[in-house]
Design a protein around this ligand. Structure first.
Ligand code: PLP
Length: 377
């Protein structure tokens, strides 16, 4: 099976990630921050090491700005619900994943906030000037995906950050398709919050993810409970990161994530350029096939490691199923992103999404292109 579904979850995970999870579940196997014995302390140190590695990768100022969450959806829920108040206005886009859209639409439907969704221009990018024009006196938050999970189109996240700063808006970036796949520097992006999964570009286990929360920005925690700190108090502590991390962490997963982040950080420029070249080969190969329609941006610098397309008159699920039978893992359908498909005109048909990873080879891309060609001939 040739795996081209890295935008859903990355595969394979490096051996060091598997080793770290096994060690966490055997040798250490204790609750971090919940005891003074040696194994609990060792688990706590490993969680801190992961926070430090993430903080360095994102160029955060302090590891306490990294909040451990259980996936990117969890991080986005905390960021959005934690900062909004009744009557607020939010600017976001049609390009967002349902983990942003459903949270915003749910709050709007319950009469708590109002939302403006911006449409992308040709090539799938949002025009930053449209953000400026959508700002009202009630706007509190701007939410923007770093890269579309359907087309891979990279958004003007730094320019948007400048507009958010000038207007005094809180700024949240959904980094699900970017961290580990594109350079990310939260200072340069000017964001207050950056949500990310651990199981995609960071090569960690599922059940991990996090939120970068800039020092000084205070959210309402969505979960309250035991933190292993300030236990004499019946109210949620103020300290960071405990305020937002109630309940036992996924320590086994975080140990794997720590190994994944260090693996990625140690070879980031090689991974980025390898994935960029693979994506270009994929894009060019698919675009050259006469019966294939490609939806991803043409400019190499404008896309992350994703190319979406349709073949002949097959529906995306027919094509994805045929490719599965031929030995290729890709994803058809709507990718939890109905707004993007509405803009592309593919709401009924969906699209086939192929997404590369650190271990994908050029031979695998050639074999995939031959399989797509065979589908339409
Ligand atoms: C752009 C985007 N945002 C958010 C998510 C949600 O991530 P998770 O499944 O880790 O919660 C995804 C998942 O595919 C995504 O592609």
């Amino acid at each position: 099976m040739i795996y081209l579904d890295n935008a859903a979850t990355s595969s394979p995970k490096p051996q060091c990630v598997l080793d770290a999870v096994l060690r966490a579940m055997t040798e250490i196997n204790a609750n971090p921050g919940r005891g003074g014995h040696a194994r609990s302390l060792a688990a706590g140190r490993e969680v801190l090491a992961c926070r430090e590695a993430l903080s360095a990768l994102l160029n955060a100022r302090d590891p306490t700005e990294i909040l451990m969450q259980f996936n990117c959806t969890d991080a986005l829920n905390l960021a959005i619900k934690g900062c909004l108040r009744r009557g607020d206005h939010v600017i976001s886009t049609y390009l967002e994943h349902n983990s942003v859209l459903r949270v915003l639409m749910g709050l709007e439907k319950r009469g708590q906030i109002s939302v403006t969704l911006l449409r992308p221009r040709e090539e799938g990018m949002i025009d930053p000037e449209e953000i400026r024009r959508a700002i009202t006196p009630r706007t509190r938050l701007l939410v923007l995906t770093h890269a579309s999970n359907v087309t891979g189109a990279i958004q003007p996240v730094a320019a948007a950050g400048e507009i958010a700063r000038e207007a005094g808006l809180l700024y949240l970036i959904d980094g699900a398709q970017a961290l580990g796949c594109l350079p990310v520097d939260v200072e340069k992006l000017g964001c207050h919050m950056y949500a990310f999964p651990g199981h995609k570009g960071l090569l960690g286990p599922q059940g991990t993810g996090g939120l970068y929360l800039k020092s000084g920005v205070v959210l309402r925690p969505l979960r309250e409970g035991g933190t292993g700190s300030s236990s004499e108090s019946m109210v949620q502590p103020e300290e960071l990161p405990e305020r937002y991390e109630s309940g036992t962490l996924n320590y086994h997963g975080v140990a794997g994530l720590n190994a994944g982040v260090r693996y990625v950080a140690g070879r980031l420029s090689q991974i980025l350029s390898h994935e960029r070249e693979l994506t270009t080969a994929l894009y060019q190969g698919l675009s050259a096939l006469p019966q294939v329609t490609v939806y991803s941006p043409a400019a190499e610098a404008g896309r992350a490691g994703i190319v979406s397309f349709n073949a002949g008159d097959l529906s995306s699920s027919q094509a994805a199923d045929a490719l599965d039978r031929a030995g290729f893992a890709v994803r058809g359908g709507l990718h939890c992103a109905p707004g993007t498909h509405a803009v592309l005109g593919t709401l009924r048909r969906g699209a086939v999404r192929a997404s590369v990873g650190h271990a994908t080879t050029f031979e695998e891309i050639d074999a995939f292109l031959a399989a797509v060609q065979a589908l339409t001939s």
